[in-house]
Design a protein. Structure first.
Length: 178
C-alpha cells in the first residue's frame, strides 16, 4: 500500500493527532470485530491465519501463533510517501500486527510502528509516537505546516489496514461455511 499526503486543514490534522491512540508511551491501533451467529474459535482462528498468510510476504515474515490463547502475530510492511521540505519522500514502514481470537469476535492491533527513510545514502528511522508528539507540539506553537504531516498519511494507512483485515477475515469465515 502506498499513499500520498494531501492538502489538509489545521483543524482536521488537529483532530487526527488527538485521535491517535496512545497507550502509555506507545501508539496502539486496535479494533474489535463481532461475528453474528458464530461460536467457533477454531473457524475464526483459521480464517485469521489464512488472511495473514495471504496478505503478508510469508516468505520473509515469521508468523507466531498460539491456538490456545487465540493469538496470531507477525510484522507487516507497507510504504508511505509524505510531503517534506525536499518534496515527496518515500518511507518504508514496519509494524507489528496482532490478532486475538475469541468464539464470536476478534481484535486486530497494529503497534510498534517504525518508518525508515534514506537521506543522502544514510538510513534513518521515524517512530510514530515521537512523530505524533512532534507534530502536536509544532501545531500548538503554530510552526507546523499541515501538508507536511507524516502522521496524517500514516494514520490513514493503519486504519485502512485494520478495516481491510477485519473484512477479509469475516469474509473468510463466510466462505468456509459453504
Amino acid at each position: 500500500m502506498s499513499i500520498f499526503s494531501q492538502e489538509i486543514s489545521v483543524e482536521k490534522l488537529d483532530s487526527i493527532l488527538k485521535a491517535v491512540p496512545f497507550v502509555g508511551n506507545s501508539v496502539v491501533y486496535e479494533k474489535v470485530f463481532y461475528l453474528d451467529s458464530l461460536n467457533s474459535k477454531e473457524k475464526v482462528f483459521n480464517a485469521a491465519k489464512a488472511m495473514v498468510i495471504k496478505n503478508i510476504n510469508y516468505k520473509y515474515s515469521k508468523i507466531d501463533e498460539d491456538r490456545v490463547s487465540g493469538n496470531i502475530s507477525t510484522f507487516i510492511e507497507y510504504s508511505l510517501v509524505a510531503n517534506t521540505v525536499l518534496g515527496k519522500f518515500p518511507y518504508s514502514i514496519k509494524s507489528k500486527l496482532s490478532i486475538d481470537v475469541k468464539e464470536n469476535r476478534f481484535r486486530i492491533r497494529i503497534f510498534d510502528n517504525i518508518a525508515t527513510g534514506v537521506l543522502m545514502n544514510t538510513p534513518f528511522q521515524v517512530y510514530l509516537p515521537t512523530q505524533v508528539l512532534y507534530e502536536i507540539n509544532k501545531l500548538a506553537i503554530g510552526e507546523f505546516k499541515p501538508k507536511r504531516s507524516i502522521v496524517y498519511g500514516w494514520d490513514k494507512i493503519i486504519r485502512n489496514i485494520i478495516d481491510y483485515f477485519g473484512v477479509m477475515i469475516a469474509e473468510g469465515i463466510k466462505d468456509d461455511d459453504f
